[in-house]
Design a binder for this molecule. Structure first.
Ligand code: NDP
Length: 321
């Protein structure tokens, strides 16, 4: 019997994993989804107590200080320190308590700022990250360094996945910290529900930045299915990119159009170019993933955004905002 501990189990990806596991109800695995109330993983003693209590054989390590572009830009020191602490506590405790596998989460936004495209798994350390999120990026990059070091010294198969932008139900919609899709969903919901005499056709939805940057997105449910596959089947320390195909890359403006459509918004979309765009693109290749799972069908963006908007409207009161 595998005992799988999911750190960050109460967040966007953790909730998607929980939903998929509930449907699969695997007979040979017990899963425990831990949130920060179960243990503050910046604290070593609390981390050790959680592992001693749950006795995991396997870990999916999601817990992290996570935020969108603007939150990162203003808090690089906190992103660096909190994530360094969390990752070191989780990996060392997993090792000390004999966990045979740990799957941690990196991100495509930690890759070098100046790079060739598409990005692949070999390029994580090939140059400085974008200055907007260097704290988060260096802390995440060190997970890969740690994984190699645990393998070199102890033969551990602690590995990592590299998702692109994730979205879905249970996202963080707080405008101070949110990523692009939950941020748009939050603001679009405010716009369509506000009490005003302005006719809807005259309402204006502001897209932050030029709308031109290109992004790849992965629906949290797809990512959950792929991470479960990694946990059960992927036996390498080297990271693996979990991202939709390159042809599914879209502009920020196209994302705004999909969010507008999901809300049946008939007003105008206007770009505010005084706001930062972040990296123009970070196209990642999922060729490695495709070599294992050539037929995996990613949920298309429109279907996934519709489902996410529906979840937000139906769960408005308890959504993080
Ligand atoms: P969320 O912000 O939705 O959730 C973060 C999770 O981490 C929550 O369960 C939270 O617990 C937990 N957590 C945060 N701080 C601590 C702490 N000090 N101790 C214990 N638990 C803590 O994140 P996501 O689900 O979006 O992200 C999951 C992983 O994916 C992260 O590692 C992130 O870096 C990575 N990632 C995310 C992307 C995205 O677009 N969202 C893109 C690429 C990678 P609680 O809520 O109970 O406080």
């Amino acid at each position: 019997m595998k005992k799988v501990l999911v750190t960050g189990g109460t967040g966007l990806v953790g909730k998607a994993l929980e939903a998929v596991i509930k449907e699969q109800s695997p007979e040979d695995e017990q899963w425990f989804f831990a949130g920060s109330k179960d243990a503050d993983l910046t604290n070593l003693a609390a981390t050790q107590a959680l592992f001693a209590r749950e006795k995991p054989t396997h870990v999916i390590h999601l817990a992290a200080m996570v935020g969108g572009l603007f939150h990162n830009m203003n808090n690089n020191l906190d992103f660096l320190r909190n994530n360094l602490l969390i990752n070191d506590n989780v990996l060392q405790t997993a090792h000390e308590q004999g966990c045979v596998k740990v799957v941690s989460c990196l991100s495509t936004c930690i890759f070098p700022d100046k790079t060739s495209y598409p990005i692949d798994e070999t390029m994580v350390h090939n140059g400085p990250p974008h200055p907007s999120n260097y704290g988060y990026s260096y802390a995440k990059r060190l997970i890969d360094v740690q994984n190699h070091a645990y393998h070199d010294k102890y033969g551990r198969v602690y590995t990592s996945v590299i998702p692109c932008n994730i979205f879905g139900p249970h996202d963080n919609y707080n405008p101070e910290v949110s990523h692009v899709i939950p941020g748009m969903i939050y603001r679009m919901h405010q716009l369509v529900t506000e009490k005003t005499d302005v006719p809807e056709n005259d309402k204006v939805f502001t897209v932050f930045g030029s709308g031109m940057p290109l992004r790849q997105f992965v629906y949290s449910r797809d990512l959950a299915e792929l991470m479960i596959w990694v946990l059960r089947n992927y036996e390498s320390v080297e990271p693996i990119i979990l991202s939709a195909d390159e042809v599914q890359e879209v502009t920020i403006f196209e994302v705004a159009q999909a969010v507008a459509k999901a809300f049946n918004f008939n007003g105008r979309l206007v770009c505010d170019t005084s706001k930062s765009d972040g990296q123009y693109k970070k196209t990642a290749s999922n060729a490695k993933l495709r070599s294992f799972l050539p037929d995996y069908a990613f949920t298309d963006l429109e279907t996934a955004i519709n489902a996410s908007v529906k979840w937000y409207i139906e769960n408005y009161d308890q959504a993080r905002k």
